[in-house]
Structure formats: structure tokens, C-alpha cells
Design a protein around this ligand. Structure first.
Ligand code: C5P
Length: 278
């Protein structure tokens, strides 16, 4: 489909500290978010009848519904409601990255829809208002609207932008063992122990506090982390979000590409994506 396009940049939590369980069922976190240059693709063509029609293609469409419950459609409806825009859209979502995998998925898709339709419909809300519109759609949607390096606190939706110059362009390898992990149960399995604040500058010394609970639910994650840790030329290896996708950062693209070849050869059934941080 031809039209206006946007990338739903894959999200990576370089560190994710869980601080406390809240009375509303959510958890207060402190997380350094970064974004890959690649992710799902979204294409839109404007309709004048107000209809929002979504089609989904690509390697990870299984189990997804394209109706009003889809986060992309909900994002479009939220933008219509907020602006009174009478436009609609034909949307094509290309699912390149696995769903329920800790790297944004539906949140990044919803955020891409907000950015894309704000352009297509010329509603010109701009980033700050799109972030506010995205907040009710999910804890990660505000960060995904921005899609640049930031620290998220609260549910992950209170954003503080940080300089990402040292991260931009950094080669990254994403690896998922094919286990879909829902976010709620992973937070639910967190042991409730506050292991301390995140220092965003010294994030390499930080942690992902959801790795242990996620590994209890999906033990395969441990195998991924072990495989990444054994690679030569690796900077950091860690799980992203609530898993199961793990990432490794490298000093150079060659080390990353060699690492991808090693992982693919040893685990042909695992999903991998070589990218760079943006
Ligand atoms: O916000 P979102 O709908 O993506 O969150 C999905 C689930 O993950 C929530 O219902 C909640 O159980 C859990 N969650 C949490 N604390 C957060 C974010 C999500 O407990 N900061």
C-alpha cells in the first residue's frame, strides 16, 4: 500500500528498576528507555468518511485482531476524539517484531499511529499533546511517542528526556526465544524487594528487576541471556521490559553481525534483529 509511513521503533529498557507496588495495581518503576532504528511499519492513506480500517501483515500477525480493540485503532480514535478531526484512514501495520515481547509492540504501534495520523490529518497536536493522548492507552505509549532516550518513572509514563548522544548509533542485537510473555503476570511475580534507585548515567551498573520474575514464567529467557553473555565483543546484555526479548550492545557493527550469525546457527528457531540505537 502506498501512503504516508512511520516506523514503530522497537523500545529497549536499558535498565528497569521496580521500586514499589502501588495501590492501583501498577508498579512504580525507574527505567532508561532507548529506541532502535527499526521496528514495525505503519502506512496510512487518508479517508474522508471517518472510518479507521486496519490491515495487519508480516511475520507476527498471529493472534492479533485488527478491529476496534487494536491499539492502533484506539490511538486513531483518541486522536479523532481529541481534535474533532473528521478524517479517517486506511492503515497497514507490518508486524516485524514479535508481540508481547518486551520491546514495545502494541505500544510502539499505537505511538506510531498517533505521530503518523497527526501528520496525515494535519491536526498538528505535537509531541507533548500526543504523549498525553497516548497515556491512557498503555504505560509505555508516552515513551514510545517520543521514541528517544529518556528516563520513565511512575508507571513508566512520567518522562524525563536525557542526552542520548553516547547511545545514538550503538549497534544492538535483539533476541527472542519465541516465548510470548504478558506484562501483568511478570509484574505480579516480582518479589516486592526494592533493590534501589536507578542512576541513569551509570545505567550499565543497573538491572532489569523483571528478569527474575520473567525467567520463572519463561525459563528460556535464561538460555538467551547465557547465550548473549558468551558472545565476544559484547558491551551489555540484559532483558528488555517484561521480556522475553533480550538485547546485547556492541562496540561495532561487525561484532554485532558476527554475534547474530552465532546465535542464528545455534538457535535457528529464535528471532533476532540487528539494529542500531537511534
Ligand atoms: O499499562 P499497561 O496496560 O501496558 O500494563 C499492563 C499491565 O502491566 C498492567 O495491568 C499491570 O498489571 C502491569 N504494569 C505494572 N506496572 C507498570 C506497568 C505495567 O504493574 N509500571
Amino acid at each position: 500500500m502506498t501512503g504516508t509511513t512511520e516506523t514503530a521503533y522497537a523500545k529497549v529498557n536499558l535498565a528497569l528498576h521496580v521500586r514499589r507496588r502501588r495501590p492501583d495495581g501498577y508498579h512504580d518503576i525507574e527505567s532508561l528507555f532507548a529506541f532502535c532504528e527499526d521496528g514495525d511499519g505503519l502506512t496510512a492513506r487518508r479517508r474522508d468518511d471517518g472510518a479507521i480500517l486496519l490491515r495487519i501483515e508480516g511475520p507476527f500477525t498471529e493472534g492479533l485482531e485488527a478491529g476496534e480493540g487494536n491499539l492502533v485503532v484506539r490511538a486513531a480514535r483518541a486522536l479523532q476524539a481529541a481534535t474533532g478531526a473528521g478524517w479517517g484512514a486506511d492503515l497497514l501495520l507490518t508486524k516485524n517484531v514479535p508481540v508481547a515481547s518486551g520491546i514495545g509492540g502494541g505500544s510502539a504501534d499505537a505511538a506510531a499511529a498517533l505521530r503518523l495520523l497527526d501528520r496525515l490529518w494535519e491536526t498538528r497536536l505535537g509531541e507533548e499533546q500526543l504523549i498525553a493522548l497516548g497515556d491512557p492507552l498503555g504505560s509505555d505509549v508516552p515513551a514510545c511517542v517520543a521514541s528517544r532516550t529518556l528516563v520513565g518513572t511512575g508507571r513508566g509514563d512520567a518522562l524525563r528526556f536525557v542526552a542520548g548522544d553516547d547511545l545514538a548509533g550503538m549497534p544492538i542485537l535483539l533476541v527472542n526465544p519465541g516465548a510470548a510473555v504478558a506484562t501483568g503476570p511478570v509484574f505480579g511475580a516480582w518479589d516486592g524487594v526494592d533493590r534501589g534507585a536507578l542512576n541513569a548515567v551509570d545505567w550499565r551498573a543497573g538491572r532489569n528487576d523483571l528478569a527474575d520474575p520473567a525467567m520463572r514464567l519463561a525459563p528460556m529467557i535464561g538460555a538467551v541471556l547465557d547465550a548473549l553473555a558468551a558472545l565476544p565483543g559484547i558491551d551489555v546484555a540484559r532483558m528488555s521490559g517484561s521480556g522475553a526479548t533480550c538485547f546485547a550492545l556492541f562496540a561495532g557493527e561487525r561484532a554485532r553481525d558476527e554475534a547474530q550469525a552465532v546465535i542464528r546457527a545455534a538457535h535457528p528457531d529464535w528471532w533476532t534483529m540487528a539494529s542500531r540505537l537511534r
